[in-house]
Design a protein around this ligand. Structure first.
Ligand SMILES: Nc1nc2c(ncn2[C@@H]2O[C@H](COP(=O)(O)OP(=O)(O)OP(=O)(O)O)[C@@H](O)[C@H]2O)c(=O)[nH]1
Length: 308
């Protein structure tokens, strides 16, 4: 790893998001209290920056109630916004922890194709390896041969076992074999890839229900986590995906990827405010260590362009 820290990477990755927000927020000066017109402009700026109407209204309300004794310039407004964003992110920033007993902790990973699901599984596996946990993968996305192949390549690179089958195979069967093997080997966590066919809700629902049934037979507490991977570049569509997957899959937490290189990173705040689901980690690049749990205060500052 280079001398670049994770915080540096966050500032770099979120640059477009923070430029959008600070651009939208600029020029709204005030004396000691924000008037309605200024509050309207701040609210609009937040909505235009993908933070969503609910978070925007909440931040507006808090700012309206505040008295700024020393007056407000652009930076003071950004600082005030950053502190409100932090208040929204703090309750949901929760790393994925391996706590299941008996082991393994079974983590189902869901998300539409192209969201970064496979890469995120590899990155998660790497994070757990760094914490000395034994990790196994299961290639439950049997819909596409490429998905199985890609996951195998990652397992190989990371030196971790993987259970997979043929294209078109039964995901529930693969998951069953994987849980049995992981239990026998005393593996701490089994990360399961699943098919991301959102176009066909019924089929996806049936498939996940079957996986759950089979898992439940081996371990009634499994799956312990159902993690939805979201691509931040999808902006408001990512929120729609939360809605749908919550309904079909009982999502327990989120991971947002591709926050680097997009101006739409504000959607992280919208997701936190609207759904209150734990956000386990964020992805800011394609490298194996580009996914981490996040510090809400740092990310809030990064989004609002405070501190650099
Ligand atoms: N810039 C950036 N790219 C990412 C990130 N996470 C994943 N990617 C890239 O996104 C692309 C899709 O990722 P995959 O992991 O293949 O996604 P998937 O959801 O499994 O999608 P398919 O395999 O295409 O169905 C790959 O080129 C990844 O390298 C991220 O945080 N930032």
């Amino acid at each position: 790893m280079t001398a670049e820290t994770w915080t540096d990477r966050l500032f770099g990755g979120f640059r477009k998001t923070s430029e959008r927000l600070t651009g939208n927020l600029s020029g709204i000066v005030s004396k000691t209290r924000l008037d309605d017109e200024q509050l309207d402009r701040i609210e609009d700026a937040l909505i235009l920056s993908d933070l969503g109407p609910r978070a925007a209204a909440r931040i507006r309300e808090r700012l309206a109630a505040e008295r700024f004794e020393r007056g407000l310039d652009d930076m003071a407004i950004r600082e005030a916004v950053a502190s409100e964003i932090a208040a929204i992110l703090r309750p949901v920033a929760k790393p994925l922890e391996i706590v299941a007993f008996p082991r393994p902790q079974v983590i189902l990973v869901i998300g539409v194709n192209g969201s970064g699901k496979t890469t995120t599984i590899a990155k998660l596996a790497h994070l757990f390896q760094e914490q000395d946990y034994g990790v196994m993968l299961a290639a439950g996305d049997t819909f596409r041969a490429a998905a199985i192949g890609q996951l195998k390549v990652w397992a190989d690179r990371l030196g971790i076992p993987i259970v997979s089958g043929a294209e078109g195979g039964d995901p529930a069967g693969i998951v069953f074999d994987a849980v049995k093997l992981a239990t026998e080997r005393g593996i701490d966590t089994l990360i399961v890839d699943t098919a991301g066919r959102l176009q066909n809700k019924r089929e996806l629902m049936d498939e996940l229900a079957k996986v759950r049934r089979v898992l439940g037979r081996l371990n009634p507490a499994a799956p312990h986590d159902v993690v939805l991977v979201l691509d931040a570049t999808n902006g408001q569509n990512a929120l729609q995906q939360i809605e749908t997957f919550k309904e079909v899959a009982g999502v327990t937490g989120l991971i947002m990827t591709k926050l680097d290189g997009t101006a739409r990173g504000g959607v992280l705040v919208a997701a936190a405010e609207q759904y209150g689901l734990p956000i386990h980690a964020i992805g800011v690049g394609e490298k194996i260590d580009d996914l981490r749990p996040f510090d809400p205060d740092v990310v809030a500052k990064v989004i609002a362009g405070v501190g650099r």
